[in-house]
Write a protein that binds this ligand. Structure first.
Ligand code: RB5
Length: 152
């Protein structure tokens, strides 16, 4: 039986240039990667891929997701429209680690036009290597986020 944890990855045309090397890096870390596209540099629409990655997480097939567009911002806005998704757009490794530890983020977004492949790789490491600090005020605050989500 395949027991590897699965990571969903998606991008638009503006993130296509670094999606494959990032996916390979995640595979090299011991995960299975589910690549939802896009599969070329032809112009496309980032919400399509944000939705595809979020569905993989919400169905339970994938544990976490990575979304890449030009800035990471459009992907994070679209991803955060999904109930149960906490997506963080990061361009520094401290934030990429802390959004796991404090926010229990399940999607990391970044922009190919903002970060290069070196920093993108470090962001992925910081995000995937960190665990949620499932105690105290972190739990209270994430529960408050879920309450807001349920009311709106
Ligand atoms: C595409 O030009 C660009 O708008 C998109 O990749 C992303 O940066 C949006 O937030």
């Amino acid at each position: 039986m395949n027991t590897k944890k699965k990571i969903a990855i998606g991008c638009d045309h503006a993130g296509f240039g670094i999606k494959s090397p990032i996916a390979q890096h995640i595979i090299d870390k011991g995960y299975e990667v589910i690549d939802v596209g896009t599969y070329s540099s032809d112009s496309c629409h980032y919400p399509t891929y944000a939705q595809a990655v979020c569905e993989k997480i919400l169905s339970g097939e994938c544990e976490r997701g990575i979304l890449i567009c030009g800035t990471g911002i459009g992907m994070s806005i679209a991803a955060n429209k999904h109930k149960g998704i906490r997506a963080a757009c990061c361009s520094d490794t401290f934030s990429a680690r802390l959004t796991r530890e404090h926010n229990d983020a399940n999607v990391l977004c970044f922009g190919e036009r903002v970060v290069g492949i070196g920093l993108a790789t470090d962001l992925v490491d910081a995000f995937l290597d960190a665990e949620y600090l499932n105690e105290g005020n972190h739990v209270v605050r994430v529960s408050m986020i879920k309450d807001i989500e349920n009311k709106n």
